[in-house]
Write a protein that binds this ligand. Structure first.
Ligand SMILES: Cc1cc2nc3c(=O)[nH]c(=O)nc-3n(C[C@H](O)[C@H](O)[C@H](O)COP(=O)(O)OP(=O)(O)OC[C@H]3O[C@@H](n4cnc5c(N)ncnc54)[C@H](O)[C@@H]3O)c2cc1C
Length: 390
């Protein structure tokens, strides 16, 4: 069995690549996606918080999310199959980054970059914050930055499924199987070895294996600095109405946002308390001890909340700079990477899918130049850092 392109991983990234590659090649390529878990319960996508923001500090990340926002707002035009509308429940309610005095220079710096990239974003002073969000304690705040358009959250699983369904309608074959090895000869990937179906010959191979990307790379003797890092999302109810609540990022790094009639919240741990991890065990104590006090300080009504539920998911964490690794390997040039998205791969999936299709088909990016995310920077140890306010 032979395919022109094989993609390992049918999460939101692999499925977005399959959709764009089959669309851009107009059915001339035989494309396969290998996905071992069609229930998508263990991958990052279904466990994501589903956020999309334009407030980044790297111009490419801003442009990636601008394309992503536009794509999601017109999703039925892109991903409808047989005229059925596509629903991903996009809630365009903005991201609000809060800053204390020490963080104001970063907030203003980021704002200057965002303005250059035409991001609709407003800087708010404490009076603006008090007026717009009367439920918020602003006593320790020096300002905030609010995205006015193209930011919010959506149904991550729904987006994954929509890409997958459309890719299949464009002729892509999904295998429910596990890739267990690669056949490599003369600096080329020749085939993918599957647990059930055996050997599949391939012209190009894409690594879209999420937190398992380093294992797939290792089969070709490639060291990929992407590790699985566990993140918790806690949901809670609050009896008081919190009107007009955007996705709010506290200066501590704790974020919260509405989810249906409830809220969700989470936070990334300090680097020294962030081991490589694949299990799904939830640390409920961390909510009580760390997150809740911060929530209650920021929103006094959150003193009386009740935690309802919690889940764990994993970031495919790029140890160098937490940014994506995109494009061909410098030596094994028919081996393409779309990995290391850390906490922002969902919103990047439309632009990454398009970019990988472009570089596979044309050897260069045609729309957004994403060359700075190349594998080469990993080998050169040249981070492309994203400067967050927190
Ligand atoms: C708690 C949490 C919150 C997040 N919040 C956001 C957010 O607000 N906004 C945002 O943009 N991003 C967010 N993210 C990140 C985002 O979810 C990920 O970056 C994105 O889903 C990555 O997609 P993926 O397709 O690369 O990975 P995955 O969804 O993990 O897909 C990879 C797939 O590869 C398959 N696979 C792996 N190895 C093999 C193999 N050997 N054979 C066959 N199949 C294989 C797996 O089964 C899996 O389905 C969050 C992540 C988490 C965990």
């Amino acid at each position: 069995m032979n395919f022109d392109s094989v993609i390992i991983g049918g999460g939101v990234i692999g499925s977005a690549i399959a959709y764009f590659l089959s669309g851009q090649s107009k059915g001339t390529l035989k494309i396969a996606v290998i996905e071992r878990d069609p229930s998508y319960q263990e991958g990052s996508t279904a466990r994501s918080a589903g956020g999309i923001r334009q407030q980044f500090s790297t111009p490419e990340n801003i442009r990636i999310s601008q394309f992503g926002g536009d794509f999601i707002q017109n999703i039925s035009q892109h991903l409808s199959v047989d005229g059925d509308p596509v629903h991903v429940s996009f809630e365009e309610k903005g991201y609000l980054f809060l800053a204390q005095d020490a963080q104001i220079p970063i907030l203003y710096n980021n704002n200057a970059i965002q303005k250059q990239e035409n991001v609709p974003v407003a800087l708010l002073d404490p009076e603006d914050l008090a007026r717009s969000y009367p439920w918020m304690n602003i006593s320790d705040l020096a300002g905030g930055s609010l995205g006015l358009e193209g930011e919010g959250w959506l149904d991550a699983y729904g987006l994954n499924q929509a890409f997958r369904k459309k890719a299949i309608s464009q002729g892509v074959t999904y295998f429910k199987d596990e890739a267990v090895g690669l056949e490599v000869a003369n600096s080329q990937i020749r085939a993918v070895l599957l647990k059930e179906a055996g050997r599949i010959g391939c012209g190009t191979l894409v690594n879209a294996a999420g937190v398992h990307a380093a294992t797939v790379a290792e089969w070709a003797g490639i060291d990929l600095a992407v590790r699985s890092k566990k993140r918790f999302v806690y949901s809670f109810s609050c009896r008081t109405e919190i009107e007009g609540c955007p996705l709010t990022v506290d200066p501590s790094g704790v974020y919260f946002r509405p989810e249906g009639g409830q809220f969700i919240a989470g936070c990334s741990p300090e680097a020294e308390n962030d081991p490589d991890c694949h299990d799904f065990d939830v640390d409920y104590g961390w909510f009580e001890e760390h997150i809740w006090p911060i929530l209650a300080n920021r929103v006094p009504a959150f003193e009386a909340i009740k935690m309802e539920n919690a889940w764990a998911g994993h970031y495919a964490y790029n140890l160098l700079d937490q940014n994506a690794i995109l494009g061909p390997h410098p030596t094994i040039q028919n081996f393409f990477f779309a990995n290391g998205f850390s906490g922002h791969g969902l919103q990047q999936s439309p632009a990454v899918g398009r970019a990988l299709a472009e570089i596979i088909l044309n050897d260069s990016y045609q729309t957004l130049d994403l060359q700075r995310f190349s594998f080469q920077r990993m080998l050169d140890n040249e981070p492309l850092p994203e400067i967050n306010v927190v």
